[in-house]
Write a new protein. Structure first.
Length: 255
């Protein structure tokens, strides 16, 4: 009887041991999978700075297509740029503000609305009044950075036209002295790869570019395809630009 009891106890203990080992193996397998997936995510993180070479290739191919089919060329370039820029992450940039102070992006912990603009760009200038009011509305939640493709001397003369809550960055001469043709403007290493003005980068609090937008409404008078005369007043342009910008801020905050 004692021998049977010992055998029974041994069998029970052996079964518990096997169950325990299976459980341990399952836990170790789960942990290894989590670590692998985590490492894989880190390895596949797409950086904005790595997009430059790809976009130069797209620009070259788009140029070849342009003489054959302009719409196709523009669509090809825009789609290609979108594929490499959207969901990429910005690095650490030290922008020099117009007042001489430094804005270090690594210290920004909230969403960023970054615009590439220029004083010779009519839509950029037309949009500015609406943008100034948008900054007043959202500056407690969003960091506004404006990279202007103009030297300090020009911006110094018009600085009063900008909301003081905007981080106004001038074009560094040394970085862009050897810029050729349609090459990208560079601001402390941040290169404007898309090319058009204004271009807006919507960057979430994790520093991921979730969307890019562009263009603005300009006051003008023109004749449409039906022969009707259309007048876009300053007030019309302001309302449309404000609405567009407001929607972009909501997109950025709701992401």
């Amino acid at each position: 009887m004692k021998q049977k009891t010992k055998t029974y106890v041994f069998i029970v203990l052996n079964q518990k041991y096997q169950l325990t080992m299976k459980l341990i193996k399952s836990v170790l397998f789960f942990v290894s999978v989590v670590i692998f997936v985590s490492c894989e995510k880190k390895e596949t993180k797409k950086m904005f700075a790595d997009a430059e070479k790809k976009i130069e290739t797209y620009r070259s191919k788009g140029g070849e297509l342009f003489s054959k089919d302009q719409k196709l060329a523009i669509s090809y370039f825009q789609d290609s740029v979108y594929s490499v820029v959207i969901n990429s992450y910005i690095g650490d940039y030290k922008f020099i503000r117009l007042d001489g102070t430094t804005l270090d992006t690594k210290n920004i912990t909230r969403p960023i609305y970054l615009q590439l603009s220029g004083r010779t760009c009519a839509p950029c200038v037309a949009e500015l009044p609406a943008l100034n009011d948008i900054v007043d509305k959202y500056s407690d939640k969003i960091e506004f950075i404006m990279l202007e493709a103009d030297p300090k001397e020009i911006l110094d003369k018009v600085v009063d036209q900008y909301n003081k809550k905007i981080n106004l960055i001038y074009l560094p001469f040394e970085e862009n002295n050897n810029r050729k043709g349609n090459g990208p403007y560079s601001f402390s290493g941040f290169k404007h790869l898309i090319g058009s003005f204004p271009t807006n980068y919507l960057i979430d609090k994790n520093r991921k570019i979730i969307k890019t937008t562009g263009g603005a409404v300009v006051p003008k008078k023109y004749v449409n395809e039906q022969g009707d005369t259309i007048v876009v007043t300053k007030e019309d342009a302001y309302k449309k630009n404000f609405k567009k910008l407001d929607e972009e801020m909501k997109t950025l905050l709701n992401n």
